[in-house]
Design a binder for this molecule. Structure first.
Ligand code: MIC
Ligand code: SF4
Length: 652
């Protein structure tokens, strides 16, 4: 059904989308609405989601399953974190949402273990929700408001993506891992190569990858900018589900033999070598052999990309009987409580501790800058998915993204080490774990059963402030250029997140003071002074995290529109959901012609926004800049209403 094609040529992605199609014609570029079976939220985006859900005045969620995880902000350095957790737990109870207590693990790992099902749709308020694609789901990351609406209505609208077929052949060699597969794909396609696309894996090489390998690959498909990534569901999927005691969820799924992909990429797994993403972008990929011997100060193993039982058993095999290099700090955060318990039961945990590894909580932790910031100027090797400048909490640290094998081996040698060249020589045998029975632990889950809106009050802490709301679009939208930014601006740049700021995710007025702090410390006060501001961006503006705080803080600071060369998908939606107009330059040369301090204006905004061609004028010089909105019908309505919530309220 790709390209509107005939049955018998259908990609797996389009088969699942077709099964869930509620509205629209399913062909690339069209706006479609799909039914959403499951949603997930995590705490750092979740507080906004649940404030918005409350604002929508719904009773029970409309999905088959909605889960609220607490994994990002678990340090509890003050009352703010714990208040957020209590708030989320109370709203979860009110609306029939399953609550996962802090300490249970990382949302994506937990969802894979406990709830992911082949052929289902999942919408999550976290950009790495596509981890579920490892189980053959269409799992999409979105802004919090979109997830709140999906919970309320069981549906989500998106532009039907193209499908890029990634054909895998061969088999990975020991010391080469699933992480190296996705790093290779990132090198080939770059951080914007997946925009407007689903990455679908197929071919003989698929069967050589376990579900957790596949989940590593689909997880980091987020770094391609892809809408999602998906693997077939096969015998390995069955084995994984059986190991989690959920064999009944299995359903075989694959693309048709003659499926037609919009684009294809070939990857010979047998030819891959250990790779690393160099500072400061996940697509700056080099062979580990080419950077070997770089001295390492810190190694961090964990995150939703590489914290599975199979990954950590490989790490345990490498560290068993060995010592972490005296000049290296090694921290390990397992993906879930059941993984940690299993490592503890089989003795692997004591081996890790004996080697000198620091075991930290099974949560996002250092991946989102919640502790373990490396020392000044450090080299930090991480098995995570993002190495944007400053994300570790140390602005001048050099973060490299690598596989668990490369990370553990380098922790022992004290320098970046290529396992392919030296791992075997050290006599280290790596276990290959397809799946192994897990003991289910439901003790961290709180079921909403027996509760309702009427018997459970919302637990509001003093740090939880109402979220900013826009007003209906005026006929004349004006603003002063308060930021002129380069290419690939991340949402970490726009709204930084670390142990200092993460506790304030439910307090936009406070957070807004730190907007763009890392790249332009004067931004927030300049925007406040201007009263009404405009941001100019380069290519791929807003890549990375799904945090809608990167739209809500600019909204609070008076940003009315953003003109960029191109936008990342989730951030563009978050801006429009907040009623901020997103425009792309028709002539990229105009990017240079507009300067800081220029007063820009969109006249006749109502009719201009409804047309694709939007003229932005310099109020002082009269210079005109042509831009395109590419807005769908629903987006136009949102912009006119001043955001999605206003539009929903108007329709009631
Ligand atoms: C991230 O990895 O950047 C995060 C933190 O998980 C974000 C969500 C957030 O900012 O809360 C994401 O990926 O969406
Ligand atoms: Fe958590 Fe890091 Fe995964 Fe984001 S990328 S969900 S912060 S572990």
């Amino acid at each position: 059904m790709t390209k509107g094609g005939a049955p018998g040529e259908t990609t797996l992605a389009y088969k699942i989308l077709a099964e869930h199609l509620a509205y629209g014609e399913l062909s690339p570029g069209n706006e479609i609405t799909i039914r959403i079976d499951q949603t997930l939220t995590q705490d750092s985006t979740g507080t906004m989601v649940y404030l918005q859900l409350e604002a929508m005045d719904v009773d029970k969620v409309a999905t088959e399953l909605s889960v609220a995880y607490i994994d990002h902000n678990t340090l509890q350095t003050g009352f703010e974190n714990a208040d957020d957790h209590a708030f989320i737990e109370s709203v979860a109870k009110r609306h029939g949402v399953l609550f996962s207590k802090p300490g249970n693990g990382i949302c994506h790992q937990l969802h894979l273990e406990n709830f992911g099902e082949p052929g289902k749709t999942l919408l999550g308020s976290d950009s790495h929700t596509p981890t579920g694609g490892g189980l053959g789901m269409i799992a999409i990351g979105a802004g919090g408001l979109d997830v709140a609406v999906a919970m309320a209505r069981g549906a989500y609208s998106l532009i039907a993506p193209k499908v890029i077929g990634i054909r895998l052949t061969g088999e990975l060699r020991p010391w080469v891992s699933a992480k190296d597969v996705i790093l290779y794909v990132l090198k080939e396609l770059t951080v914007k190569g997946g925009v407007g696309r689903i990455a679908e894996y197929y071919g003989d090489g698929v069967k050589a990858l376990s579900v957790t390998d596949r989940a590593t690959i689909t997880n980091m498909g987020a770094e391609l900018g892809a809408t999602t990534s998906v693997f077939p569901s096969d015998e390995n999927t069955k084995a994984y589900l059986d190991s989690q005691g959920r064999g009944e969820a299995y359903r075989p799924l694959a693309a048709d033999e003659d499926a037609v992909y919009d684009e294809t990429l070939e990857v010979d797994l047998s030819g891959l070598t250990p790779l690393a993403a160099m500072p400061h972008s996940p697509d700056k990929v080099k062979a580990v052999s080419g950077i070997r011997d770089v001295k390492v100060d810190q190694v961090a193993i964990g995150s939703c990309t590489n914290s599975s039982y199979a990954d950590l058993m490989k790490v345990a095999a490498i560290l068993r009987g060995r010592r972490v290099h005296p000049e290296v700090s090694l921290v390990i955060s397992p993906g879930s409580s059941s993984i940690l318990a299993k490592l503890s039961r089989n003795g692997a945990l004591s081996g890790l501790i004996d080697s000198g590894a620091r075991i930290i909580e099974n949560a996002c932790g250092p991946c989102i800058g919640m502790g373990q910031s490396p020392r000044s100027g450090a080299v930090s090797l991480r098995t995570f998915n993002r190495n944007f400048k400053g994300r570790s909490g140390t602005l001048d640290a050099d973060v490299y993204l690598v596989s668990p094998e490369t990370a553990a081996l380098s922790a022992v040698t004290g320098k970046i080490t290529d396992g392919l060249a030296t791992g075997g020589a050290l006599g280290i045998g790596l276990p290959h774990i397809e799946s192994e029975n897990f003991t289910r632990n439901d003790n961290f889950f709180i079921k909403p059963d027996g509760h309702s809106k009427d018997d459970t009050p919302v637990a509001m802490g003093p740090n939880i402030k109402p979220f900013p709301r826009n007003t209906a679009l005026p006929e004349r939208v004006a603003g002063k250029v308060v930021l002129h930014a380069g290419d690939n601006i991340t949402t970490d740049d726009i709204m930084p997140s670390d142990s200092r700021l993460l506790p304030y995710r439910s307090n936009i007025p406070y957070l807004a003071n730190f907007c763009f702090e890392k790249i332009d410390a004067g931004f927030s006060s300049r925007a406040k002074e201007a009263g009404s501001g405009v941001i100019i961006g380069g290519d791929n503006y807003g890549q990375g995290s799904s945090r809608e705080h990167a739209a809500l803080a600019p909204l609070f600071l008076g940003i009315t529109f953003v003109i960029a060369k191109s936008f990342a998908r989730i951030h563009r939606s978050n801006l429009i959901n907040s009623g901020i107009i997103t425009l792309v330059f028709t002539d990229h040369g105009d990017y240079e012609r507009i300067h800081m301090g220029d007063d820009l204006v969109i006249e006749d905004a109502h009719s201009q926004v409804a047309s694709n061609d939007i003229i932005v004028r310099d109020a002082n010089t009269g210079a005109e800049y042509r831009t395109a909105g590419n807005f769908s019908d629903i987006e136009i309505q949102m912009l006119l209403a001043g955001g999605k919530i206003n539009m929903i309220k108007e329709r009631k």
